[in-house]
Ligand binder design. Structure first.
Ligand code: SF4
Ligand code: SF4
Ligand code: SF4
Length: 403
C-alpha cells in the first residue's frame, strides 16, 4: 500500500488513556530496551577502563564537551562530535533514545507513578511541566560552569590542537576516582580498588546520585525536568535542529482532528497539534527529543517521523488554536513558575554555594547539592512571597488554560 495513503486515516478516537505509563507498547518498548542497553554498555565501559585497563575508550564521557572546547580530541570529544552530527542528521534522537540521564529521568518518572507519590502525581496527572522563564539563562550558566577549566586554559594561552587520547580533568569527578568512593575530603568514605566488586559499588553510587537528581527535579518541576530546566547541552543542540532540510521530523501524515492528545502528553511540553498546524505540518520545536509519545498516542496514525512533506490538512481546524494555552510565546505548554528574575538569579547563586559545600562529600555530590539548593531556595521564596505562592497553587490545582 502507498505509505501516504496508509497514513491518511481521518478520525481521531480519543478514548485511549495514555500517560506515559505504557513502556510495553509502541515506540516506548524499544526506548526502554535502548536505555537498558546504554546502561549495560556504561557498566562495561566502567569495568574496561578501571578493571581491565583498556584506556582506548577513555575514562568518562563527562569531559567530552570541555575536551572539544579545549581542542583536546580524545574519545569523549569524538563521541560529542558524533552526537552533534547525529543531531544535525536526525534531530535530538540522541536525547530521546540514548542519553543515559534521560533513561534515569524516565525511570524515576515510572517509579514515582508506580508508587503514586502524591506530590509528583499532582503534576504528572495533568502533565504539568513547571519551568522558569529564564531556563535558557540557567542552561547557559551551567554550560559556563562546565567550561570553567577550559576558560582557564584559554586565559593562560594554553590551548593547542591535541590529538592524544589523554583526557583533561573534569570539574567534578565520579565516585571511585582516586581510589575513594566520595573523594579525598569526604567525612564518609571507603577505599575503592580497581577490581570488579569495588567498581560495581562505585558504578552503583553513580546511578544512585543520578537517580536522586532525577527524583528531586521531577518532584519539583514535573516529568523530564532536568532536560527541560537545567541540562546545558540543548544550547549546543538547538542551533543544529532546523538546519538540515532532510532531517526527519514529527510530521502530519493524516488528517488531524484536533483532539490535542499529542500536545497534552508531550513530556517536553511541545504543543504538537499547534506546531503541525502552524509550521507546514511539522514539529520544528527545538525541544523535541524524538520520544515518539505523540506518535504513539495518536491512535489514528496522524503523526510519523519522516523527512517527507506533510499531507494537507483537510478538516477545518477549531478555534482552540488561538487560545492562550500557556503564559509564553514559544509554542509550547510548559508553565513558568511565577517568580521574578531576581529570584531566578539568586537561586543560581544559592545552588552553586550549596553545591560547593555538599561537594565535600566528593566532587560528584556538587550536582545534587546544587539541585537541592536550587529547589529549596525556590520553595522558600514561594513561602515568603504570598502572591506568587497563590498563583502557583492555582496553577497546580487547575492545570493551565483548557487542559
Ligand atoms: S536534554 Fe540533556 S539530559 Fe536530557 S536527554 Fe538531552 S542530553 Fe540528556
Ligand atoms: S495529531 Fe494530535 S491532535 Fe491531531 S488527531 Fe493526532 S493526537 Fe489528535
Ligand atoms: S513532540 Fe512528540 S516526539 Fe517530540 S518530544 Fe514531544 S512527544 Fe516526544
Amino acid at each position: 500500500m502507498d505509505k501516504d495513503k496508509e497514513f491518511s486515516v481521518k478520525t481521531c478516537p480519543v478514548d485511549k488513556e495514555y500517560s506515559g505509563k505504557s513502556w510495553s507498547s509502541g515506540h516506548q518498548r524499544w526506548r526502554k530496551w535502548s536505555f537498558i542497553a546504554v546502561h549495560c554498555y556504561i557498566l562495561f565501559h566502567f569495568l574496561a577502563f578501571y578493571v581491565f585497563d583498556w584506556p582506548i575508550w577513555g575514562k568518562t564521557a563527562m569531559i567530552g564537551v570541555p575536551s572539544l572546547a579545549a581542542l583536546n580530541i580524545n574519545a569523549a570529544a569524538i563521541m560529542v562530535i558524533f552526537i552533534l552530527l547525529s543531531i544535525f542528521l536526525f534531530g535530538r534522537f540522541f536525547c530521546g533514545w540514548i542519553c543515559h540521564l534521560r533513561g534515569t529521568i524516565e525511570f524515576s518518572d515510572w517509579i514515582m507513578q508506580k508508587f503514586k507519590i502524591k506530590t509528583f502525581m499532582r503534576l504528572r496527572e495533568k502533565n504539568l511541566l513547571l519551568n522558569t522563564r529564564y531556563r535558557w539563562t540557567l542552561r547557559f550558566i551551567i554550560l559556563l560552569l562546565l567550561l570553567l577549566p577550559v576558560m582557564g586554559k584559554y586565559a593562560q594561552g594554553n590551548v593547542n590542537l591535541n590529538l592524544t587520547p589523554e583526557t583533561m580533568p573534569p570539574l567534578v569527578d565520579l565516585p571511585g576516582n582516586e581510589g575513594k568512593l566520595f573523594g579525598e575530603r569526604s567525612p564518609i568514605n571507603m577505599d575503592i580498588q580497581f577490581n570488579v566488586g569495588d567498581s560495581l559499588i562505585a558504578f552503583g553510587f553513580v546511578l544512585l546520585i543520578v537517580s536522586l537528581m532525577s527524583f528531586v527535579m521531577n518532584l519539583a518541576f514535573g516529568q523530564g525536568a532536568f532536560c527541560r530546566v537545567l541540562c546545558p547541552y540543548p544550547i549546543l543542540f538547538a542551533p543544529l535542529m532546523n538546519l538540515n532540510p532532510w532531517q526527519q521530523k514529527i510530521t502530519r501524515v493524516g488528517d488531524c482532528q484536533g483532539c490535542r492528545k499529542c500536545s497534552q502528553n508531550c513530556p517536553q511540553g511541545i504543543d504538537v497539534s499547534r506546531e503541525i498546524h502552524n509550521f507546514n505540518g511539522k514539529v520544528i520545536n527545538r525541544e523535541c527529543i524524538k520520544c515518539f509519545r505523540c506518535v504513539d498516542i495518536c491512535v489514528s496514525n496522524v503523526l510519523a517521523n519522516t523527512s517527507k512533506p506533510a499531507v494537507a490538512q483537510l478538516t477545518e481546524r477549531k478555534e482552540y488554536i488561538r487560545h492562550p494555552w500557556q503564559n509564553n510565546e514559544e509554542k509550547h505548554m510548559q508553565v513558568f513558575q511565577p517568580l521574578p528574575i531576581w529570584v531566578d538569579a539568586l537561586s543560581v547563586i544559592v545552588a552553586v554555594l550549596v553545591g560547593i559545600i555538599v561537594s565535600r562529600l566528593g566532587g560528584f555530590w556538587l550536582y545534587i547539592g546544587a539541585l537541592f539548593g536550587l529547589i529549596l531556595f525556590r520553595k522558600l521564596m514561594f513561602t515568603l512571597m504570598s502572591a506568587a505562592r497563590e498563583q502557583h497553587e492555582k496553577i497546580l490545582e487547575k492545570g493551565w488554560g483548557k487542559r
